[in-house]
Design a protein around this ligand. Structure first.
Ligand code: 6R9
Length: 590
């Protein structure tokens, strides 16, 4: 057990259980029994389960683990044997660089094989891996690398120049920057190492050291309403849930060709973009290209994708393009979606045009794996997210005046039965439950009450036990699948000399779900000109990248709570044309 990461100041008071409950016969135990464990009873390591145990079996070693499509649409296959070798080399390299178990290895990469090699190789070395969105600007990247205490970063020369070079001086813990691939102009960046050359010099076999199932493995940043981003820490035991949910929700089998379109910086990009399909022993497809409807259809058809995991924004973009040229996809067995509400129209469209009704799945960075879903054999109920997976106990909790679950003086909650609406909560103890918000034990503790994890989502349950998403209970924005903390955007805006105060909200958008919109007040004497608006948009874009606001409105004043905070809910209510006082209708209006 590596003690450093899980114990922040005050962690001793943390009430939530740290271990998944060993409940023999439960759905999780069936998956646990199908995993190998490290040889000699040395514990449980995700990389062993995802790679080495397949590579060690002559019948499976030559199967394709990663099928990579590069930008020019050329196919490159990596077998399980290849992947075992490359990840071993990476693990050796970390040791050579003096990077030990528990240290944090970050990636800032698109969908390239170096991503899979880094993530799994660092897990072999028992480091903690944190993948970042390559579309983030320098500000959110610096914040996450600082909070996570990044010791190593793997990125490309282009991303290094654009995003890291400007902030490098502010990252004193960052000891090694490894550059890979790129446009041929790699190397030569001062203070960086050439990953590809270094890997060639390492040994292709590596013995994974003893790994406690409770050792930290993955660190995914997510956004809250206030304060810094939250680093949700997951442990090696999460692989039990990756395997169980890959089977239960995605019906994944060893002969599948599975395509998860998620960005590597999103939790989905790791849990299902890397770990789950490999643990099953399937082939994962990784496409370096950006969204392009024709390219996607061609890929689905030519590669014979059998299970496809994508997101509502992507489905809506396909819908926009129309139905011309959509190929027949006889091999496609399951289409599943995650990340945002999947509208009934999108479900019907997938059924009609792709021949498969998209199955919704619900989960969060904190849950580490799918918790609620339409399961493979289920009839899809459009507009519903499905039912809790086996092993998952979901509930709806009665809400208090602040919109979140009401927690009584003695820590009790009121669980609603039957048809109801409340804060969605999960009984603690599933294997991929996050074990900490790095360095923020109070924030972590605040997520739990009475043996429940409080999700921050409001949901409704029908007579059949299907859950429907209603709204977020907080001010966090979901835009094109990105979870965006309004505070992070506001901080960048108020750092501009012309801005006094900023309030950032999500406004409805037919394709992206929500768009980021900012209201700002200006310093006295500053004119609200179009030039200033363009300058602020550019300032935000430079600092934040893809999560920057799309629209900025100059306001004379912003509404405040009694404690002086900007009242985003009121900004949102006004945006939607609701009467100021009538916040209760806000959720259903969204
Ligand atoms: C995996 C992931 C979590 C938040 C979650 C909720 C929203 C996710 C959804 C959904 C409606 C679904 N969300 N799945 N809303 N229907 N099927 O998305 O993790 O980025 O942490 O976001 O996303 O609000 O609380 P993350």
């Amino acid at each position: 057990m590596q003690p450093d990461l899980l114990r922040g100041p005050g962690a001793a008071r943390r009430p939530a259980p740290l271990r998944g409950r060993a409940d023999p016969g439960s759905a999780w135990e069936a998956a646990r029994a199908d995993l190998d464990g490290l040889p000699g009873g040395a514990g449980l390591n995700i990389a062993h389960e995802a790679v080495d145990r397949h590579a060690a079996d002559p019948a499976r070693a030559g199967r394709v683990a990663v099928r990579w499509l590069d930008r020019s649409d050329t196919v490159h296959d990596l077998t399980y044997r290849d992947l075992a070798g490359r990840t071993a080399r990476f693990a050796h390299l970390l040791a050579r660089l003096g990077v030990g178990p528990g240290e944090r290895v970050f990636t800032l990469l698109g969908r390239v094989p170096a991503l899979h090699v880094t993530v799994l190789g660092a897990l072999k070395a028992r480091c903690v891996v944190s993948p970042l969105f390559s579309a983030f600007g320098p500000a959110p990247v610096r914040e996450r690398m600082r909070l996570g205490g990044a010791a190593v970063l793997v990125t490309t020369p282009q991303l290094y120049r654009r995003t890291i070079a400007p902030i490098r001086a502010g990252l004193p813990d960052l000891r090694h920057v490894l550059l890979t691939g790129g446009d041929g102009s790699g190397g030569g960046e001062p203070g960086t190492l050439d990953l590809d050359a270094l890997l060639d010099a390492e040994e292709p076999t590596f013995t994974i050291g003893p790994t406690d199932p409770q050792d930290p493995a993955l660190l995914h940043f997510t956004s809250g309403t206030t304060g810094t981003p939250k680093g949700a820490l997951h442990v090696h035991e999460a692989v039990v849930a990756h395997l169980a949910t890959a089977r239960a929700a995605l019906d994944l089998r060893p002969d599948d060709l599975f395509w998860c379109t998620a960005d590597p910086g999103w939790v989905t990009g790791t849990s299902y973009g890397i770990v789950a399909p490999l643990v099953v022993g399937a082939t994962l497809l990784s496409d370096q290209g950006e969204f392009d409807a024709l390219r996607w259809y061609r890929t689905l058809e030519r590669e014979g994708v059998t299970v496809w995991y994508t997101a509502p924004t992507a489905i809506r973009m396909l819908m926009r393009r129309g139905e011309d040229g959509v190929p027949a996809l006889p091999r496609l067995r399951l289409v599943a979606s995650v990340g945002e509400p999947l509208d009934p129209d999108a479900v019907r469209w997938t059924a009609r045009v792709l021949g498969r009704a998209a199955h919704d799945t619900w989960w969060q960075t904190e849950t580490g794996a799918i918790m609620i879903a339409h399961r493979p054999g289920d009839d899809v109920v459009p507009g519903s997210m499905g039912r809790p997976l086996p092993g998952v106990q979901a509930g709806l909790l009665a809400r208090g005046p602040d919109g979140r679950a009401a927690v009584g003086a003695h820590g009790g909650v009121h669980v609603l039965h039957g048809v109801a609406e409340g804060e969605l909560a999960l009984r603690t103890g599933w294997p991929s439950m996050f074990r900490a918000y790095l360095g923020a034990p109070e924030r972590y503790a605040a997520c739990f009450a009475d043996g429940w994890y409080l999700t921050g989502d409001i949901a409704r349950r029908d007579l059949q036990g299907h859950y429907r998403f209603v709204a977020r209970a907080d001010d966090v924005i979901k835009s094109a699948g990105h979870l965006i903390g309004p505070f992070e955007v506001e901080s960048v805006l108020t750092a501009h000399p012309a801005v006094v105060e900023a309030g950032v909200i999500g406004t409805p958008d037919p394709v992206a779900g929500e768009l980021v919109k900012a209201f700002v007040t200006l310093r006295a004497g500053t004119e609200p000109t179009e030039e200033l608006r363009a300058e602020l948009l550019a300032h935000a874009r430079r600092a934040l990248g893809v999560v920057a606001p799309k629209e900025i409105v100059f306001a004379d004043a912003l509404p405040h709570t009694r404690s002086g905070k900007v009242m985003r809910r009121l900004l949102r209510a006004r945006e939607l044309g609701l009467p100021d006082g009538d916040l209760s209708t806000l959720e259903t209006a969204r």
